[in-house]
Every structure is written in structure tokens, then in C-alpha cells.
Write a protein that binds this ligand. Structure first.
Ligand code: CP
Ligand code: NVA
Length: 305
């Protein structure tokens, strides 16, 4: 199987990632000007969602339609995947019928197994380990507001989760410093930390982590699949709420991002998304544009075995 996949930011070079986010901005401009651009006519994206989604589903589905193609929404509930059909079998069959597959799943190994058996590109729409599509949008958003992120400082506040791991991958590829403030025992992936070396530092005190930061980001304290831990996590993470006052300790031109959905009163204060430093709505919109650039790269230029 020789298709190119997008399971992790590290699957791509810095130049390729910069090209993708530049292209995302170009596609955004085309859409803003009402220009029709339909290079994916008759192409089909299969989308498997084992977890809930608002942004990922809508951005991929709308993105495919805008590019002239179609997307099919599949959940384990209505497919044989939910009744135990092996992932490898599903991959072999689906990839003979569609032009790319997006998967939102629990174990990251579900993605790698699907990809290993797929003739067509497989895109990670979030796993327990990584959320690389969100990072394309976040990087596009930073570049649109502030220019290059290389050499800047980013503070991640809260859980060392899938989003945090993807921020580490972005720090490696986009060449920024990452300060992670998390409670003891909630650190991001150890292998990624080791790979990032001095680019990533772990803090316990959010104020220290945000000092001088050009971008501050956070995410929910209990991710999908961790519902049982939610109450305990509320107590553990309480000192990690991002507030306007916390942002005052960052650089004067700091931006705030949240991948959404947000829990106001938990990981962010009630008013944070209304603060002028927050670009969360631009960030959410850029899921559409950045992923259209990704679909264009993977589907338009793909030649299947
Ligand atoms: N940020 C994000 O992936 O949102 P959804 O869970 O709504 O897709
Ligand atoms: N960390 C969150 C991100 C949701 C977009 C989760 O996995 O639920």
C-alpha cells in the first residue's frame, strides 16, 4: 500500500506543513471571494467517527462538498465495525470504494492498522494520542494573525492530552518553544517529550509557563473516553484554569486558542472567549480551510496502486 497518510504532524516536513497552512489561507481567500474551486469532483471521503464531533465532521464534510466531492459519515453503530468486523478488512474494502478515509477513534493503533491496509490516504481526525488536523488550523491561525511562529513561545495549560502531544509535534516542526503547565501525573507522551528535547519544558505553575508566551492554549480537563475521571479531574486541574488575569502574565500581543468544545468555568473562565486576545472562532473556522488544503494534497494528487 503506497498511499500517503496524515496520522501525525511528524509524517510531514516543515516545508510541507508550511505549504499546507499557506494553501489553507489561499483557499480561505478564494471562498471569501466567492470563487468556485472544485478539483475533487466525483471524489469521495469516507469518515468513521467512533467519538462525537461538531467541528471535525462539519469541516470535512463541507470541505469535500466545496471542493466538488462528497463525504460519507459512518459510525460504528451503523457499520459492521461496531459488530466486530476486523479493522484491516474494513480498510481493504472501504479503500476500494472511496478516495480517502478520515477516522476519529480511541486507540491510535486503530489508525495505523487501518492505514497499513488502505490503498487510499487515511487522515487522523483525532485519536487518544494526537489531533494533528487541529494543529494545522492552529498554526494557520497564528500565521494569519502574527506571522511566523518560529522562535516564539507557546504555553499549553492543563492536561497533557492528545492536543498537547500534537503541540509538541508542532513545536518540533514549526520550531517554537513549548511550555507545558500540567499537574503531576498528567504529563504528555514521554517518547514525544524525549524527541522534542529542550524545545519543550514542563512546569507546575501556569503563571511561570505563560511568562512571555506569544500563544496560550488549553483544552478540556477530561477528554472523550475519560468521562469516569471527570469529577476527580475537576479537583486536580482547578489551579490550571486560564483566565484573563493569567493572560496578563504573557507577552503583550499574546493570542489565546482553544480547540473547542470549551467548558466555561472549568479550563477557561466564563469570559475568556470574549477577550480580544482570544482567536478561538478564527481557529475553528480554519479547520475548514486547512483541511481543504490537506484534502487537495492527498486526494487530488494521489495515484492509487
Ligand atoms: N476541535 C474539535 O476537534 O472539535 P470537534 O470535537 O467538535 O470535532
Ligand atoms: N482532548 C479533547 C479534544 C476534543 C476536540 C478530546 O479528546 O476529547
Amino acid at each position: 500500500m503506497n498511499a500517503r497518510h496524515f496520522l501525525s504532524m511528524l509524517d510531514y516536513t516543515t516545508d510541507e506543513l508550511l505549504g499546507l497552512i499557506r494553501r489553507g489561507s489561499e483557499l480561505k481567500d478564494l471562498r471569501d471571494r466567492g470563487v468556485l474551486y472544485e478539483p475533487l469532483k466525483n471524489r469521495v471521503l469516507g469518515m468513521i467517527f467512533e467519538k462525537a464531533s461538531t467541528r471535525t465532521r462539519i469541516s470535512f464534510e463541507a470541505g469535500m462538498i466545496q471542493l466538488g466531492g462528497q463525504a460519507i459519515f459512518l459510525s460504528p453503530r451503523d457499520t459492521q465495525l461496531g459488530r466486530g468486523e476486523p479493522i484491516a478488512d474494513a480498510a481493504k474494502v472501504m479503500s476500494r470504494m472511496v478516495d480517502a478515509v478520515m477516522i476519529r477513534t480511541f486507540a491510535h493503533s486503530n489508525l495505523t492498522e487501518f492505514a497499513a491496509n488502505s490503498r487510499v490516504p487515511v487522515i487522523n481526525g483525532l485519536s487518544d494520542d494526537l489531533h494533528p488536523c487541529q494543529l494545522l488550523a492552529d498554526m494557520q491561525t497564528f500565521h494569519e494573525h502574527r506571522g511566523s511562529i518560529a522562535g516564539k513561545t507557546v504555553a499549553w495549560i492543563g492536561d497533557g492530552n492528545n492536543m498537547c502531544n500534537s503541540y509538541i509535534e508542532a513545536a518540533i516542526r514549526f520550531d517554537f518553544q513549548l511550555h507545558v503547565a500540567c499537574p503531576d501525573g498528567y504529563e504528555p507522551n514521554a517518547a514525544l517529550l524525549a524527541q522534542a528535547g529542550e524545545r519543550v519544558r514542563i512546569f507546575r505553575d501556569p503563571r511561570e509557563a505563560v511568562a512571555g508566551a506569544h500563544l496560550v492554549s488549553t483544552d478540556v480537563w477530561a477528554s472523550m473516553g475519560q468521562e469516569d475521571e471527570a469529577a476527580a479531574r475537576l479537583r486536580t486541574f482547578r489551579p490550571y484554569q486560564v483566565t484573563r488575569e493569567l493572560l496578563d502574565h504573557a507577552a503583550a500581543d499574546v493570542l489565546f486558542m482553544h480547540c473547542l468544545p470549551a467548558h466555561r468555568g472549568e479550563e477557561i473562565s466564563e469570559d475568556l472567549l470574549d477577550d480580544p486576545r482570544s482567536v478561538a472562532w478564527d481557529q475553528a473556522e480554519n479547520r475548514l480551510h486547512a483541511q481543504k488544503a490537506l484534502l487537495e494534497l492527498l486526494v487530488e494528487h494521489a495515484h492509487y496502486a
